[in-house]
Design a protein around this ligand. Sequence first.
Ligand SMILES: Cc1cc2nc3c(=O)[nH]c(=O)nc-3n(C[C@H](O)[C@H](O)[C@H](O)COP(=O)(O)O)c2cc1C
Length: 411
Amino acid sequence: MSGPGGTVLLGIGGGIAAYKAAELARALVQRDLAVQVVMTAAAQEFVRPLTFASLTGRRVITDMFSSASPEATLSSAVEHIGVGQEAGVLVVAPATADLMAKFAHGLATDFLTTLYLAFTGRVVLAPAMNTNMWRHPATAANLETLRARGHRIVDPEDGFLACGMIGPGRLADPETIAEAVWQELHPRRDLEGETVLITAGPTQEPLDPVRFISNRSSGRMGYALAEAAAERGARVILVSGPVNLAEPAGVRVVRVRTASEMREAVLANLEPATIIIKAAAVADFHLASVPEQKIKKTAARLSLALDPTPDILAEVGRAKGGRLLIGFAAETENLRQEARRKLQTKNCDMVAGNLVGREGTGFDAEENEVILALRTGEVLELGRAPKRVVAGRIFDEALKLRLALHALDER
Ligand SMILES: Cc1cc2nc3c(=O)[nH]c(=O)nc-3n(C[C@H](O)[C@H](O)[C@H](O)COP(=O)(O)O)c2cc1C
């Protein structure tokens, strides 16, 4: 039953997001993968197996015992082992709190949980649930156990949940899950031997001991880049401003707060870097001399004289030597001109430009719509995609660009 790209088992748990597993099934089939769907009994309360049978072109496994004939019962009894042998990846989406608890503790109470125990390939889990369920210490402990087992967790996103709450728990974008599955099936190690230095997140510039100036950057783009680079074999140093994100596996994280701390951390780690990506939204201005005491509230207008912060990108641009330097331009208008201008004035090799201040992309969003201005003069439009997908494309283009620049230098 193998597809040209490989075979995947798609386990579907009984959560409200089960309908989104249909989009995931389609995204996997579009990647030329053979997809065998296994649904829990609860999942079938939310979506009918026929949906998945139609999308994947194969019978959906729905139970362990209720086959029509004794022969069929025998074949389905060993199916959980046979099915697993062909597949390289088992992806479970949505992974319910219940399934994660059963996986973590090795319970084998239905087909999917038994298959999980019998399966020896890579496991990808995309949890989705109510925010309180997600934050419950029991779920958190199960998740830790599963992460420690080496499974890839595609974390849920923040947003409006079906239960009416706002917070973490919404199933990740199906494209992001499909990309994670693809990478597990076809791990690429084309960044082996590289040291990638990445900056991410905002900076905070203090105004007094309790107040600061900052911006809406969430750090997600920089963290997605760090994750992508580590997976492709790079040694990664992530200089991170204050963010609310889990540290990517296998990445050295250096935490900073202000623009000047970020500058110091970047310069201290510049030497071993072969690729530098400045994805942080560094404050442009700061209060040079911060009062030691809290500024008191008065009826009078408060004026603050702000000075420019150090231009880290320009400084790295001057010191970069043979390293590949990639900057980010977050703009609200004239994106192409600004990306090109930054490319020239900061001595970058690539500038990833994105429009911010719009709904759904840019700062504090799951997706990004990026153009890449290259030193070769080309401008590429990557289109709108989850940040993890954009991160992968940036590395694809960076490696191609380095070859093109070497070829130009040799002429
Ligand atoms: C309307 C409804 C929505 C639910 N949504 C979720 C959910 O999003 N995530 C979750 O973990 N459990 C959810 N549950 C609870 C699961 O359906 C329940 O734990 C079930 O036993 C899971 O079975 P499974 O893990 O075998 O699929 C929901 C239950 C109901 C009734």
